[in-house]
Structure formats: C-alpha cells, structure tokens
Ligand binder design. Structure first.
Ligand code: ASP
Length: 317
C-alpha cells in the first residue's frame, strides 16, 4: 500500500492513510482525505482557501479515477461547492457521463444535497480586488464587470505565485491504483477556464496493472502533452517508472510556444515505487508519502527533472 500527496495534501493525508490501513478501497480512502483539504482555509489553492477568477467568483475543478476499471468522474468550473471531489465521485458512480461542468455540475450537487457553500474568503476577495484595481484604468473600473476581461488576464495573472492543486495517488490493499485531484485553478483566471485537474490523461490517469500519475502546476502544458497518460502508457509499453517519466519530462520540455511554466509530476508504478518530479519550478517542491512501513505520512523533496534526465538518481528497488 502507498499514498502520495502533494505539498498541500497535509490536512487529509493521515485520514487517507488510516482508511487504506483499514483495508478501504482506494477511492473510499482518497475522497474523505481530499474533503478535509477542501475545507481547510489555510490551503490557498483548493476549496475554501482557494483564489477566485477575474470576476471574483470561485470555480472549482476535481476528479477521481479508479485504475482497475478505468472509470473516472470529473467536474469543472463548479461554483459554490466545496466538496467537489465528492461530487466527481458521484458522477463516476451514478451518471452515464464522466464529466459535468459549471451550472450543470452545481445542479447535480443540489440533487445530492451538497450545500451551496460561501466559498469566497474575505481575504481572497480583498486580494482579488486590490490586484484588479492596480491594473484597471479608471474607465475599466467604472465599467467593471462590463469590460473586456482578456487584457486583464494577462496583466494580473501570475500563476507561478498563486495556484496549486491537491493531488492524491494510492495503491490500496487489493492493488487498486486510484487518483484524486481538486483545485480552484489559476488565481484570477478568465471565467470558465478549466485546467488539467479534471482532464483525464492530462492532470491524472490510473491503470492498476501499470501505475498512476497526477500533475500540478501549469495545466496548460500537461493538457498539450497528455502527461499523466503518457507516464502510464509508457509503463504499459514496458518502460520502467523512471524511463516513463523521462519521456513525459522530455515532451513537456519540448514545448516552446504558448504559456509555459513549471510542472510537477507525481507517479507510482504497480510495484508500489513512487517518484515526484519537479519540471522547471524554481522553488523546492515538497510532497507527502505514506506506506505501512513508514507508519505515518512523511515529507520529502521532489527530484529535479535534470537529475532524472542525467541519471543522477538512486535506482528504485
Ligand atoms: N494544474 C492546475 C491547473 O492548471 C493548477 C496547479 O496545480 O497549480 O489548474
């Protein structure tokens, strides 16, 4: 058994580990852990602590995937809803669809009895308006929100500073490999922008026979490269976890146009090895890992992509 969570998974990883230890299915372990992260205002990228879009409205993306059946459920640009991972799970379990967006996703949340949550923190609202005021002309300010937003997106969006995702990957006691993701996406994003977290193959993918992967940071890149699926498919084709990650990293580094930035790939293989790779993020990337041998979740530092590519890494055993 193993669970890997990114830096911001701290409010929930212990709960997920406990469920796994008690023999729960991977999805039954991941969703309650992620719900705790979504409710924690100190996590400034997900749920209650996240940042709004350019209009000052919160829009959440989330997903879950069962690598044994390859079923997934996802929701995108959902307003007024904290427990979006739970909502994504309900899409997987109950609907003949795999993804709901926007008002349709919120409507389904109503049917499930999920509260219409007051999701915008007062502090997030203040920071959002201050950022906007800094870049708007007096005319734009008078007209807001009836003014073109596209010029403002470029002016205030600094995704390197204000965005992240919570991702969890696990292998449970019956060898099911599952993933779950949840995010408020880029701060001050254009309304309706959807990142990689609800996109299968980009922000997450799992196949219990080979492994699973989930990504954080620049979703605009992992969506162009199908990064999570690349890692898992490469293992299906016979590559080791490290070689699969080398391929995925190389594909990301080949992107020269469009919006480019850092990406973090979290991955496990069917044998229970894991790697977390920092592809171009300037800051040190921390993640959490739990196995029964470790006893409790511990923090580790991600490997730099350059070290993986040049072979300066200890072999997985
Ligand atoms: N990957 C997320 C997105 O593009 C954001 C992040 O993880 O930083 O929405």
């Amino acid at each position: 058994m193993i669970v890997v969570g990114n830096c911001e998974s701290w409010p929930g990883i212990e709960t997920t580990a406990r469920h796994l230890q008690q023999g729960a299915h991977g999805l039954d372990a991941l969703v309650p852990g992620l719900s705790l992260v979504e409710a924690e205002a100190k996590v400034r990228s997900v749920g209650y602590g996240g940042w709004p879009n350019l209009l000052g409205e919160m829009e959440f993306d989330a997903s879950v995937m069962n690598g044994t059946t390859r079923d997934y459920g996802a929701v995108a640009a959902v307003p007024m809803t904290l427990e979006v991972t739970r909502l994504a799970r309900a899409v997987l379990e109950n609907l003949p669809h795999t993804m709901l967006v926007g008002e349709g996703a919120r409507r389904y949340a109503d049917e499930l009895g999920l509260a219409r949550d007051p999701v915008l923190l007062e502090h997030s609202k203040e920071v959002w308006w201050r950022k906007l005021e800094d870049v708007m002309t007096p005319e734009q300010k008078d007209a807001f929100p009836n003014t073109d937003l596209a010029p403002l997106t470029r002016a205030i969006t600094d995704p390197e500073k204000v965005r992240d995702t919570t991702v969890f990957l696990c292998k449970d006691s019956r060898n099911n490999i599952c993933t779950a993701t949840s995010t408020s996406g880029w701060a001050w994003k254009y309304p309706g922008r959807v990142g990689d977290s609800p996109i299968p193959g980009a922000g997450f993918y799992a196949d219990s026979r080979y492994g699973g992967a989930a990504c954080t940071h620049t979703g605009e890149m992992t969506m162009r490269c199908s990064t999570a699926r690349t890692v898992v498919l490469a293992m299906k084709l016979g590559m080791s976890l490290d070689d699969a990650l080398r391929l995925a990293v190389t594909e990301l580094q080949e992107l020269k146009s469009g919006y480019t930035g850092g990406v973090v790939i979290h991955a496990i293989d069917a044998a229970g090895h894991h790697r977390v790779i920092n592809v171009g993020c300037e800051e040190d990337i921390i993640y959490w890992i739990w196995t029964p041998q470790l006893g409790k979740p511990v923090k580790q530092q991600a490997l730099k992509a350059e070290d993986l590519l040049t072979g300066r890494v200890e072999a997985l055993s």
